[in-house]
Design a protein around this ligand. Structure first.
Ligand SMILES: Cc1cc2nc3c(=O)[nH]c(=O)nc-3n(C[C@H](O)[C@H](O)[C@H](O)COP(=O)(O)OP(=O)(O)OC[C@H]3O[C@@H](n4cnc5c(N)ncnc54)[C@H](O)[C@@H]3O)c2cc1C
Length: 429
């Protein structure tokens, strides 16, 4: 019998044969990828695996829950029916422990294997533990999940005094929770200012003062040497490196994230602090993508690798990753990230990479109004605005379009700065 060779156009094959997509992580990056994949590929098999016991919730709002300002319900974003309605298999309480890029499978803690054509790793990070004596005692909290927020709320409501450690964006949430729950506290910081890599002492003093007004006392050049505990292994005291002692039956620690890269061990997926991707969110494997906090992506604006830790960025990366999993090269990630703090009477916003740069400019306008821009190679790479957020669109535009602002630093921080104020090439943007 004569053999007939059938050649299927790969593009046709891609469209007619259903693909199977596996997403690890049901945070905002993984969940938005699932949503986009379903829109783009109505017939694909989509599975989303999370080690958490509940589907996507709003991680940004869990602090409001812990403060006692919001009930649980509005914090949930998807219930299980959201996945059923979109024919997405949701695997809760399932920890992926192994990835086999050659075999195109991932394996869960219980031995279940999931085959994939394309894999998305949207696995975020886990709070870093403080490596000091008794840091695992009862009453010491880290903060990342909704369950953490429930534990924090339950404990802080009955607490007498508190200590918070970690002078960054998550540490201040813990400090604001103790303030909102009216528990007097100490906020122990290394150095002389909150978020000293992004703010000067003058800018940070606005935050310090707002904390003091809420009975949270910043303590500088401090930190924790060890914790003391009672006979039930409950924390009683934080002792700082100077030997100063702070009574606390509630301790909150937010000293950074360890990115969840341990499951990459044994694979040749490239990573360092996070997983390396290109601007299409693809790793060094054609069929493996990554999105959200876990990525060290090629930042088209910086022209360098970067890592973001913000909700909007993670959401956008999930969407972009999904588009490129379906059609590689279709859309690139080009994004200026923002992060706002709403604990105080004045607004606060950081954008881009405020801790980077080889130069900066700042100005103070009033007791609650201050600005700082970080500049690298003559271009804005990030900034912090306190009090008046109205110029943010202009600064972000200058950053996104990589406008050279060399020699015009003082113009940039005029209180009513307008793009037209810039001279030459910059002003034409
Ligand atoms: C208290 C708090 C307040 C915040 N406030 C703000 C804010 O005001 N503005 C802002 O922009 N950002 C804020 N953020 C940061 C923002 O929430 C994160 O940038 C964003 O949620 C990252 O999303 P992601 O999907 O990349 O990662 P994540 O939300 O961390 O999701 C990753 C998921 O993957 C799961 N996972 C990891 N490894 C595995 C595995 N091996 N198997 C199965 N599942 C796994 C994790 O359990 C997790 O559910 C805040 C974060 C916290 C914790």
């Amino acid at each position: 019998m004569k053999e007939i060779a059938i050649h299927i156009n790969p593009e046709y094959k891609r469209r007619v044969m259903s693909q199977s997509y596996v997403i690890v992580g049901d945070g905002i990056a993984g969940a938005s990828a699932a949503e986009t994949l379903r829109e783009e590929e109505p017939d694909a098999d989509i599975t989303i695996i999370t080690d958490e016991g509940e589907p996507l919730y709003n991680r940004i709002l869990i602090k409001e829950f812990a403060k006692g300002k919001l009930p649980e319900a509005p914090i949930s974003i998807h219930d299980e029916s959201w996945y059923d309605d979109r024919d997405v298999d949701l695997e809760l309480d399932t920890l992926v422990t192994n990835i086999d890029p050659e075999g195109h499978t991932v394996t869960a803690h219980d031995g279940t294997e999931y085959d994939y054509d394309k894999l998305l790793l949207a696995i975020g990070g886990t709070p870093t533990q403080l490596p000091v004596e008794n840091s695992d005692a009862e009453g010491i909290h880290h903060f990342w999940t909704f369950q953490d927020a429930r534990d924090i709320k339950e404990h802080i409501e009955g607490a007498d005094n508190s200590v918070v450690i970690g002078a960054g964006l998550l540490g201040i949430d813990l400090a604001a929770i103790t303030a909102a729950q009216e528990v007097e506290g100490k906020y122990l910081m290394r150095g002389k200012a909150w978020w000293r890599y992004a703010l000067s002492e003058e800018g940070a003093e606005i935050i310090h003062e707002a904390l003091r007004e809420r009975d949270v006392e910043p303590v500088f050049d401090s930190g924790v040497d060890h914790f003391e505990v009672d006979e039930n292994d409950r924390v009683t005291t934080a002792v700082d490196p100077n030997g100063d002692r702070y009574d606390a039956d509630f301790v909150g620690i937010a000293i950074g994230l360890n990115f969840n890269t341990e499951i990459l061990g044994g694979t040749d997926i490239e990573y360092d602090n996070g997983i390396y991707t290109d601007e299409f969110m693809r790793t060094n494997h054609d069929d493996i993508f990554a999105a959200g906090d876990i990525t060290e992506f090629h930042d088209l604006i910086l022209g360098d690798r970067a890592q973001n830790g913000a909700w909007g960025s993670a959401k956008e990366q999930g969407t972009i990753a999904a588009k490129n999993m379906v059609d590689y090269g279709s859309e690139e990630f080009r994004w200026v990230s923002s992060y706002s703090i709403t604990h105080f009477d004045f607004p606060f916003l950081s954008f881009g990479h405020p801790t980077l740069g080889d130069d900066h400019v700042e100005a103070k306008y009033s007791d609650t109004e201050w600005r700082r821009l970080a500049i690298k190679d003559g271009k804005i790479v990030g900034g912090v605005l306190i009090g008046d957020l109205s110029p943010q669109t202009k600064y972000k535009k200058l950053m996104r379009e990589q406008v050279d602002v060399s020699g015009q630093k003082e113009v940039l921080v005029k209180q009513d700065f307008q793009l037209d104020d810039l001279e030459g090439a910059a002003a034409e943007q």
